[in-house]
Design a protein around this ligand. Structure first.
Ligand code: ADP
Ligand code: MG
Length: 259
């Protein structure tokens, strides 16, 4: 069974792309077959995986519009250990073009269903908005991972986000579950971050991943080299944190299956 995970938060700069790339690489490193779908016109996940976003034969844009087969558009990464359905600026036009199309909310789900190669995990990096593209991700997904920074307004935004996700998907994907809230860019010396983190676990309990992603400059440097952090600096705290997250996710999956 393929697990499809959307990495979503309507806020920008919370670590969605960093999480998508490094979770994909960490799952691949423990021998899972992984596809990363870049659903952000910025194409950061594509570039961060070592693919040149402007020289893709086909991008997710053509796939969503039905102008290319997903099986042709998916590309192997040179060094990251997983496949990518890439994206670039073209995708920003898709929103409008999809608006009048049939099945506009299920285009991604339908495309993923026609994959001939089988994957254990499909990780979808969402854009920082609750747009039609993000809706496509939420409709296609089995679970959502919400990366968040432990800042003052984070909790408020989170309640909005979880409510919105529920409302958006009620009709089209009632089985969608929040797979986990992920604390990113965490600085344990910051009192406020610790307070927000404690409040988060109070409110959301075991929906919060135990794994915390620390602020680590290696994570910010790696994308410039087109590499997940584990292939850029394998001894870094960032690399360790994302491997730990992958292990926690796999453990949770196993528990869910036997439950
Ligand atoms: P989003 O996709 O949610 O907009 P990104 O993953 O692009 O967020 O992260 C925003 C910025 O913060 C990027 O420059 C990224 O390299 C950096 N960053 C993300 N996570 C970390 C981290 N744990 N430590 C240090 N820098 C990080
Ligand atoms: Mg991003």
């Amino acid at each position: 069974m393929t697990q499809i995970l959307a990495i979503a938060n309507q806020k920008g700069g919370v670590g969605k792309t960093t999480t998508s790339v490094n979770l994909a690489a960490s799952l691949a490193a423990v021998k899972r077959k992984v596809l990363l779908v870049d659903l952000d016109p910025q194409g950061n996940a594509t570039m961060g995986s070592g693919l040149e976003k402007h020289s893709l034969p086909y991008s997710v844009y053509e796939v969503l519009l039905g102008n290319a087969s997903i099986n042709v558009a998916v590309q192997p990464t040179p060094k990251a250990g997983y496949d990518v359905l890439g994206s670039n600026r073209e995708l920003s036009g898709a929103e409008l073009e999809l608006m009048d199309m049939e099945g506009r909310e299920t285009r991604l789900k339908d495309a993923l269903a026609s994959l001939t190669k089988k994957y254990d995990f499909i990780v979808i990096d969402c854009a920082p908005s609750l747009s039609l593209l993000t809706l496509n991700a939420l409709v296609a997904a089995d679970g959502v991972i919400i990366p968040m920074q432990c800042e003052y307004y984070a909790l408020e935004g989170l309640a909005d986000l979880t409510n919105t996700i529920e409302r958006m998907t009620q009709r089209l994907n009632p089985n969608l579950r929040i797979r986990g809230i992920l604390r990113t860019m965490f600085d344990p010396r910051n009192t406020l971050a610790n307070d927000v983190s404690a409040e988060l676990t109070n409110h959301f309990g075991d929906q919060v991943f135990e794994t915390v992603i620390p602020r680590n400059v290696r994570l910010a440097e790696a994308p410039a080299h087109g590499l997940p952090v584990m292939y850029y600096d394998k001894g870094s705290r960032g690399a360790f944190a994302y491997l730990t997250l992958a292990a926690e996710l796999l453990k949770k999956e196993k528990k869910r299956k036997t439950a």
